[in-house]
Design a binder for this molecule. Structure first.
Ligand code: DQQ
Length: 530
């Protein structure tokens, strides 16, 4: 569909109607190393033109690598801040550098200069560990007119978002206190910090403050390779962020995605007034297999982020421009899925499809009793994969299935009754996704917070050969999986809706579309050299 190769998204932005995505890229092969910022632009976030590398090691302040960073509009002009690795006896010595467009009248901003008189703009002072000082956020302005940026770091096992302030976005002073920190969780990579509106469907520019605004703080935990966020309050007078109660940023916190999704970053789309999330979907295959196929890592379909009505979590949904790629459509009307039924969805290209299925929430009294020791949804999905019959569920989709089901990936719900409240478990079960056992086939899972009186469940799955991005219950929980079928490929792939519970389930509707390929154009030299 519309994926671009490799790792962390860097400096996403929109400038004069053109979207820019830069990303960490190894020009020499499908493994991490030799890192540059590759660059692609798009008018619609779906079809992309690659350009030559935007930023690559060239100066003493970045000669060993140009690592992740962000873009900020300063007086209306884009400025990039990124982590430069310098030559040193110390392992991966990190500083922060800035780059500006060479020619602002070039609509694609293909050339970036790194002002030698200012770089590096931030150094690991005051005892900061130079190998744990990276990934500057997009800057925001406080009511005092000063810019702020945070940098990911750690002291011993304490993850930290170190705060810097500046009057001019060039000269930076480190604040005494971090914006936020978290004990015993290790390095915070790729922090992201942005406001969200309490009501309404619009995204907010990064510096917006106000009574109807909450803040979101996200970190990529190096230890677990997952992205965690909290919703909370930012006090611009003290420059402190405080997560709301019940919203924790450790291994049991909220995740953007309960599958493969890392080093993500948002930007404010000033053209369409929305906040868009980009993230790197890493592989679940062996390094040998990546070498064989010649690439590794993709960017997820960009997602619009909004605060959920509960105010406690975010909701995500694919950008609506994705619908441009929809081709043939099938539509299944409301039907009751009897316990044990498997219904094929024909008429679409099952290997590359957009599927949206809606179910009515089964009666609570029909559901299995929830055991309060089941605190980890991923483990629950592993111990109760799609083949394990339940009462209300498992029901959902079977994607990338081979004719005889030797290969299949099931995305489904199981409903439990916990003292007369619903517990909705969403799983993506990769355990039978491929007959090639060298791949990691771990199942993923999430509990979906349902509002009282909410009676609908839905799954939207974006299926693209080796990637399945599944949005549960209007995007309250998202699970992305990498799968590597060997038989269920191209026209050998099939799509089904199923119910493996003993109770009947009402499917209200199912819509599916074959998806066309996005138009992705490479510059001959953008993949190999500068
Ligand atoms: N990847 C970059 C770092 C970042 C990490 C290096 C996260 O800047 O911390 O390629 O994947």
């Amino acid at each position: 569909m519309c994926f671009i190769e490799f790792t962390d998204p860097n400096g996403p932005m929109v400038d004069n109607g053109i979207y820019h995505l830069m990303y960490q890229w190894n020009p020499l092969g499908p493994v991490w190393g030799n890192i540059v910022w590759a660059h692609a632009t798009s008018a619609d976030l779906i079809n992309w033109q690659h350009h030559k590398h935007a930023i690559y090691p060239s100066e003493s302040f970045d000669i060993k690598g140009c690592w992740s960073g962000s873009a900020t509009f300063v007086q209306g002009k884009p400025v990039i801040q990124y982590t430069g690795i310098i030559e040193s006896n110390q392992w991966n010595y990190q500083v922060q550098d800035m780059a500006v467009p060479k020619n602002l009248s070039d609509p694609y901003l293909t050339e970036w200069i790194k002002p030698a008189e200012y770089n590096p703009v931030m150094k690991p002072i005051d005892g900061i560990n130079a190998s744990s000082f990276r990934d500057p956020t997009t800057g925001w302005k406080g009511p005092d007119g000063k810019w702020r940026v945070v940098i990911g770091s750690k002291i011993d096992r304490e993850g930290m978002a170190i705060l810097f302030r500046s009057d001019d976005f060039i000269h930076w002073t480190k604040a005494k206190e971090p914006l936020h920190s978290g004990k015993e969780i290790g390095m915070w990579e790729c922090p992201d910090f942005f406001p969200v509106a309490v009501d309404g469907k619009k995204g907010l520019e990064t510096s917006v403050l106000g009574p109807n605004v909450k803040h979101v703080f996200k970190v990529s935990l190096d230890d677990t390779k997952h992205d965690y966020y909290t919703v909370g309050t930012y006090n611009p007078a003290t420059d402190k962020y405080t997560p709301d109660e019940g919203s924790v940023d450790n291994d049991s916190g909220l995740r953007y995605d309960y599958g493969k999704f890392y080093a993500s970053k948002t930007f404010f789309d000033s053209e369409k007034h929305r906040r868009i999330l980009w993230g790197w979907i890493n592989e679940s295959s062996s390094v040998e297999n990546d070498a064989k196929k010649g690439w590794s890592g993709v960017q997820a379909i960009p997602r619009v982020l909004l605060l959920d009505k509960s105010g406690k979590q975010l909701k995500q949904w694919p950008v609506k421009e994705l619908n441009e790629l929809r081709g043939e459509k099938v539509y299944l009307h409301s039907t009751v899925l009897k316990g044990g039924s498997v219904v094929e969805v024909t008429g679409v290209t099952a290997s590359q499809a957009d599927v949206f299925v809606k179910f009515k929430l089964p009666k609570l009294e029909d559901a299995e009793t929830f055991d309060s020791s089941w605190s980890n949804p991923q483990l629950l999905c592993s111990s109760k994969p799609a083949s394990v019959q339940g009462k209300s569920g498992p029901f959902g989709l079977i994607a990338l299935a081979s004719k005889n089901f030797e290969e299949q990936t099931a995305i489904f719900f199981r409903i439990f009754n916990n003292q007369n409240k619903y517990v909705v478990l969403m799983c993506s079960d990769q355990s039978r996704s491929s007959t090639d056992d060298t791949n990691d086939k771990t199942a993923y899972g999430a509990f979906v917070n349902m509002e009282p009186n909410h009676d609908k469940l839905n799954i939207r799955s974006l299926i693209d050969h080796s990637i399945i991005e599944s949005y549960g219950v209007d995007g309250k929980a998202v699970i992305t999986a990498r799968v590597y079928p060997t038989i269920a490929i191209d026209t050998g792939a099939r799509l089904y809706v199923f119910n493996n519970g003993t109770q009947d389930v009402k499917m209200s509707s199912l819509k599916a579309w074959s998806m066309m390929k996005a138009d992705i154009r490479y510059l001959e030299d953008s993949k190999t050299s500068n």
